[in-house]
Design a protein around this ligand. Structure first.
Ligand code: 3PG
Ligand code: MG
Length: 419
């Protein structure tokens, strides 16, 4: 159970709100290419501000060393437009400029502080060792010690970063009640329903490049009897094809270069245990000098070219399974959809999902982006804001931020609106 915004009266209170508005940015001109995460958290911000809270937003953009690592100035501009209300950007997070701005806020005001990953403590990796003790350890960092006295509540709406336990994500929970924002609450509610009580048949469609994570999901949803069928594509499919003894030529070197050779044995075990619950491609699309050529998969024939997509027969096969399902969860594209010759598999899956009456969920930035490219994003029942967080959740892992929110519920629930 979690504390939620409607459990509290925010009039005149100062709240720290952690969101995940980490967005793709064109590094040449600093233009934000996709504002989906900014729009997603606008509901929580509006609700808090309308209820009279002074809303102090904390967020990250990318990681040090990456091209899209930059300030949150453009985020504030977009957020202002989305909210139709001024969002004051402060190029500071815990210094005197941030402090004096926060102290001088009026009820309903909204401030966005600087990218929390500009500060050393936020990017230390120590939290990985601390497990349950993260709020205390992160609460003792300088960046949290300097500001915690300014806040009455900590609201966490950063579901997409819920698999991290950095100071800005958990540290304030050491001092004040930690409350789930609307994005956090809806994500957990929707994804938990799939894991606890999916309407059957439940089909998972797993592709993309993060094969080790996807294989964890396969293990979790098959051993927990959550999924009835798993339809695989992308690098995950190549690993399973290797496990079945197909000769996929140089495509094996790609699997090796990604450090996934050890996954082949795990795939063999999964096939032995779960048999035909795991559905494989029966044909693939090869990239031959940029052109698409579809070939049937055959145990006696070596694949001589890079596999870039699944073939039309597989699209048909997967479509049949999706049509019969009552719940469909998809994560990761089926092929190299950025190249228009190889978008067919990904588009085929998205089309089947858009047409079915089943409850449909999409996870991961790449597949959501593909859904937007082909204009089918609005046809899905739930598009998760999370990439890694969504997949770790579906793999049955405990996400540190969610654990902190649950602990806060246990600590404060008896006080309700009287805290
Ligand atoms: C994401 O995009 O995955 C989240 O914003 C978390 O970012 P991170 O993977 O850099 O921690
Ligand atoms: Mg990530």
């Amino acid at each position: 159970m979690l504390l939620t915004i409607d459990n509290f009266d925010f009039k005149g209170k100062t709240v720290a709100l952690r969101v995940d508005i980490n967005s793709p940015i064109d590094s040449q001109n600093e233009i934000i290419l996709d504002d989906a995460r900014i729009r997603a958290c606008s509901d929580t911000i509006t609700e808090l501000s309308n209820n009279g809270a002074k809303v102090v937003i904390m967020a990250h953009q990318s990681r040090p060393g990456k091209k899209d690592y930059t300030t949150l100035k453009s985020h504030a501009e977009i957020l202002s437009k989305v909210l139709n209300k001024e969002v004051k950007y402060v190029d500071d997070m815990f210094g005197s400029h941030a402090e004096s701005t926060i102290i001088n806020m009026e009820d309903g005001d909204i401030v966005l502080l600087e990218n929390v990953r500009f500060y050393a403590e936020e990017v230390l990796k120590d939290w990985k060792k601390w497990k349950d003790d993260t709020p205390k350890k992160q609460g003792k960092t300088l960046m949290i010690r300097k500001i915690h006295h300014l806040f009455d509540y900590f609201i966490n709406d950063a579901f997409a970063a819920a698999h991290r336990a950095q100071p800005s994500l958990v540290g304030l929970a050491y001092y004040v009640p930690a409350i789930a924002g609307n994005v956090m609450y809806n994500e957990i509610k929707t994804l938990s329903k799939v894991l606890n009580n999916p309407e059957k048949p439940c089909v998972f469609v797993l592709g993309g490049a993060k094969a080790d994570d996807s294989i964890e999901v396969i293990k979790n949803v098959l051993s927990g009897n959550i999924a009835d069928k798993i339809l695989i594509s992308g690098i995950v499919a190549n690993i399973f094809l290797l496990a079945k003894g197909y000769d996929i030529g140089d495509n094996k070197a790609v699997v090796e270069s990604m450090g996934y050779l050890n996954q082949i044995e795990i795939a063999e075990q999964l096939i032995a245990t779960y048999g035909d619950k795991i559905v494989f491609p029966i044909d693939v699309a090869l990239n031959i000098d940029g052109e698409r050529k579809e070939v049937d998969l055959n145990l006696n024939e070596k694949i001589e070219y890079p596999i870039y997509d699944m073939g039309s027969k597989t699209i048909e096969l997967y479509n049949g399974h999706i049509k019969n399902a009552k719940t469909v969860v998809a994560n990761g594209p089926a092929g190299v959809f950025e190249n228009k010759n190889f978008i067919k598999g990904t588009e085929g899956i998205l089309n089947s999902m858009a047409e079915t009456d089943a409850f449909t969920i999409i996870g991961g930035g790449h597949l959501s982006a593909a859904a937007a490219v082909v204009g089918l994003d609005k046809k899905m029942d739930h598009i998760s804001t999370g990439g890694g967080a969504c997949i770790e959740f579906l793999a049955g892992k405990t996400l540190p931020v969610i654990k902190v929110l649950e602990n806060s519920y246990n600590k404060y629930r008896q006080y309700g609106r009287n805290i």
